[in-house]
Ligand binder design. Structure first.
Ligand code: SF4
Length: 115
């Protein structure tokens, strides 16, 4: 049992460097929001996170059901490249509806499941 705990702790040590680990009130909500503006902000935070690859790899392994992890938006274990606003789509795409593209590390690109 002790050995398993030690492995888990060392595997998760990268979380100490996570940019989302701050005291900013409400920041964690941004990573699990349905609002495009929030999702875009979460992805932008991830883009400057020193542990983005480890975070994304973990989220892929867990098949995260929801949220922004490692710069990508997850839904039922798959990565969504884009998210539509509720309601009828506009005739002309709105710039504010575009999510920032955060590149996936090359070694994970092949393993990525997209929707
Ligand atoms: S990549 Fe994003 S979600 Fe993952 S630890 Fe960094 S800031 Fe947090």
């Amino acid at each position: 049992m002790l050995g398993i705990d030690l492995i888990t702790i060392s595997d998760e040590a990268w979380r100490l460097e996570a940019r989302c680990q701050t005291d900013e009130p409400g920041l964690s909500d941004v990573f699990f929001s349905e609002e495009i503006r929030d999702i875009a902000r979460a992805k932008s935070i991830c883009a400057e996170c020193p542990v983005m690859a480890q975070c994304l790899e973990g989220a892929m392994a867990r098949q995260e059901p929801f949220g922004v992890w490692g710069g990508q938006l997850f839904s039922n274990g798959r990565v969504l490249r884009q998210k539509r606003r509720r309601g009828r789509p506009p005739k002309k795409p709105r710039p504010e509806d575009q999510l920032p593209h955060i590149p996936v590390p090359e070694h994970l690109e092949q393993l990525l499941r997209t929707a």
